[in-house]
Design a protein around this ligand. Structure first.
Ligand SMILES: [Zn+2]
Length: 313
C-alpha cells in the first residue's frame, strides 16, 4: 500500500464506494478482505469505525451553513488524529471527499502531512476536478482514474441486482451516462427520476416561452445559484442532455437518445430545428456552466443563455 491515493472521476462514478472498500480492505479481519461481514467491515459501512474518517465540506448545522470549502481547522484535526496509533483497527484511513475543495491553507497543511506521512495512516483523496488540486499534492499520491462503465453493463446489473424492469433499466443506464452510483440511486429511489422529469418539464416549458418567461426562469436559477451551486449546475447539465437528444434525433439517430420516455416531445422539437441550432444550444449551455464555475455574475450569464437558446415547437 502507498500512504496516499487520489481517486479521480466524475460525480457518482464510484469514488466513495471504492474508498470505503479500501478502508475495509485495510481493516478487515477475514481471510479474504474485504469480506463486508466482519465487525470492522460492518462498522466501517455504518460509519462507526473510529479509525476511518470522512472529511468533506461541512455544509450543515449552524456553524457550517454556507461553507463552500474544507477548512484549515478540519485538516488540523486530521493532523492531530493521524499522529495517534489506530484506535480499533490496523490503519487509520482519512477519506478527503472533494479534495478540490480544500482552502489554500488547508491544502498546504495536508501537503505537510503527506510529505511526512505517519506510520499506519492511509489518505484517500477523492475528486471530480483534478485540475483544481495543488500539483504538489497530486505528486504525493498514487493516481487512480475511474471511468464510466458501458451502459449495457449498467442496465444488466440493475436488472440482476435490483430487479429493475428491463425497459426502465435501459433508460436509467442511458441517463446515468455510465455512472453506477447515479444508476443505483435512481433505481432504488423513484424520487430521483421524478425530480429529473419535473426539471425537464420546466426546461421544455421555458424553451417554448417568450423572453418574459425565460427571464423569470433565469432569475429563479440565478437566485438559487448562491445557495445551491451544484443543484443549478446539475439543472443546466440536464439541459445539455436534453439538447443532445434533440441533436441526435435531428440526425435520425433515435437509438442514441437518452430520455426515451419523452421521445415524442424531443422528436417534435428536433423536427422544427436544424442540427446546427441544436449543436449551438449545447455549446451555449456548456459555456454558461463554464462562466458560472468561474464566478461570473449568475443572473447575467443565465439571461444571456436565455437569449441564445432557440424557441422550440
Ligand atoms: Zn471484513
Amino acid at each position: 500500500m502507498s500512504h496516499a491515493y487520489l481517486f479521480s472521476g466524475p460525480h457518482q462514478i464510484g469514488k466513495m464506494t471504492l474508498a470505503m472498500d479500501v478502508a475495509r480492505l485495510l481493516n478487515c479481519e477475514a481471510a479474504e478482505p474485504p469480506c463486508g461481514d466482519c465487525r470492522p467491515c460492518r462498522r466501517i459501512a455504518d460509519q462507526l469505525h473510529a479509525d476511518v474518517r470522512v472529511i468533506r465540506v461541512q455544509g450543515t448545522g449552524r456553524e457550517g451553513r454556507g461553507r463552500t470549502a474544507i477548512s484549515i481547522d478540519q485538516i488540523r484535526d486530521v493532523q492531530k488524529e493521524a499522529s495517534l496509533k489506530p484506535y480499533e483497527g490496523r490503519y487509520r484511513v482519512f477519506i478527503i471527499d472533494g479534495a478540490e475543495q480544500l482552502t489554500e491553507e488547508a491544502a498546504n497543511a495536508l501537503l505537510k502531512i503527506l510529505e511526512e506521512p505517519p506510520e499506519g495512516v492511509v489518505f484517500l483523496l477523492l475528486t471530480s476536478d483534478t485540475g483544481s488540486i495543488l500539483p504538489t499534492i497530486i505528486s504525493r499520491c498514487q493516481r487512480i482514474e475511474l471511468r464510466p462503465l458501458a451502459l449495457e453493463l449498467i442496465a444488466r446489473e440493475l436488472v440482476k441486482r435490483f430487479g429493475t424492469e428491463a425497459g426502465r433499466a435501459d433508460e436509467v443506464a442511458r441517463i446515468s451516462g455510465g455512472m453506477p452510483g447515479w444508476a443505483i440511486a435512481a433505481s432504488e429511489d423513484s424520487d430521483v427520476l421524478d425530480r429529473r422529469a419535473s426539471q425537464l418539464d420546466t426546461v421544455e416549458v421555458t424553451l417554448r416561452q417568450g423572453l418574459e418567461g425565460r427571464f423569470a426562469y433565469a432569475e429563479r436559477l440565478g437566485t438559487a445559484f448562491t445557495r445551491n451551486r451544484s443543484g443549478v449546475l446539475g439543472e443546466l447539465d440536464l439541459m445539455v442532455q436534453w439538447w443532445r437528444d434533440v441533436l441526435v434525433l435531428s440526425q435520425g439517430k433515435t437509438e442514441l437518445a437518452t430520455n426515451i420516455s419523452r421521445i415524442d416531445t424531443l422528436k417534435t422539437a428536433a423536427d422544427g430545428l436544424s442540427t446546427d441550432s441544436a449543436a449551438n444550444a449545447i455549446k451555449a449551455v456548456q459555456e454558461t456552466m463554464d462562466h458560472l464555475e468561474r464566478n461570473a455574475n449568475p443572473r447575467l450569464a443565465l439571461d444571456n443563455l436565455m437569449l441564445a437558446l432557440p424557441t422550440i415547437s
